[in-house]
Ligand binder design. Sequence first.
Ligand SMILES: NC(=O)C1=CN([C@@H]2O[C@H](COP(=O)(O)OP(=O)(O)OC[C@H]3O[C@@H](n4cnc5c(N)ncnc54)[C@H](O)[C@@H]3O)[C@@H](O)[C@H]2O)C=CC1
Ligand SMILES: O=C(CO)COP(=O)(O)O
Length: 314
Amino acid sequence: MDNTPTFPATKPQTLGILGAGVWGRTLGQLVTQNGHRVEYWSRSGDRSLEEIVTEANILLSAVSMKGVASVLSQVTALGLAPDTIIVTATKGLDPQTTATAAQLWQQAFPARPVVVLAGPNLSKEIQQGLPAATVVASNDEGAASLVQAVFSSSNFRVYTNPDPLGVELGGTLKNVMAIASGVCDGLQLGTNAKAALLTRGLTEIIRIGTHWGAQMETFYGLSGLGDLLATCNSPLSRNYQVGYQLAQGKTLAEILPDLEGTAEGVNTTQVLIQRAKTLQISVPISYQVHQLLEGKITPKDAVEALMLRDIKPE
Ligand SMILES: NC(=O)C1=CN([C@@H]2O[C@H](COP(=O)(O)OP(=O)(O)OC[C@H]3O[C@@H](n4cnc5c(N)ncnc54)[C@H](O)[C@@H]3O)[C@@H](O)[C@H]2O)C=CC1
Ligand SMILES: O=C(CO)COP(=O)(O)O
């Protein structure tokens, strides 16, 4: 009996990938290996945005959050073909509106399927062909299933999920906890401290996410707990690297230029604190990360502040 796995076959698709950065190229590699055509667009590239957008059955944005609004306005001006599906792989919060990337894309294209792609996906491991899993989430089940089929392979297991907000917030908020996790390891606080941090960190993510309208159970899945574990336990994570190096006494100005790609957690923390204050959501870990990123406290102060909080039921 042939045990070769068979994947949902789809006719070859043309993917336009916006943002030919670390994650965009990694995702492009995956779908090229599955027999689909990939065209990249970046500001420095030789293909126009119009060419990419016109040819794409699936338009995937892997633009870092700081650039999403600008890219989106350019795509909106061009318009999309009637059946083009939008996929967003960005993990961040918009500094101006505090919206997620998918919310910005859906606001610009209200009648169009928007699919969120997020999960425990350290790009370097995926580039090496190591196994990984991810989630594609949308209110449009058919769109999610097509994207699932396009990305699924023996090394990349793709699950669908009907809660795009929860999937996106899980991937976005874990980056704040990854900075805290890097601080924990940078200060060599040990496994007990790390376990406590990740457990309370997940609780904080769920508190924020459900307050914003996501489903609690989503955060116990791959895009929530899964991505939190991958990112907070790996020096491959740029956000973890930020925390680790802050604990070693470096400043953000010294750390950020040497990172490969974008550490979204720095911006996400800033936007999250702004929104948590407005909505009066208790975010003690995120608050300490924010104070640390602002240079107002030392890593040790942050740990003490968390450990000396008034004792309370779990
Ligand atoms: N690298 C990774 O392991 C993973 C990254 N992600 C997410 O993917 C997103 C991108 O991350 P990376 O690829 O690592 O960062 P990166 O910095 O390598 O790539 C970001 C891309 O966005 C483009 N960009 C930024 N501002 C722009 C603007 N105004 N106009 C046009 N293009 C603009 C950059 O040119 C670059 O190509 C982030 O939200 C990240 O959280 C998600 C999963 C894994
Ligand atoms: O999102 C990621 C893993 O799922 C990548 O994490 P970093 O952005 O911290 O490198």
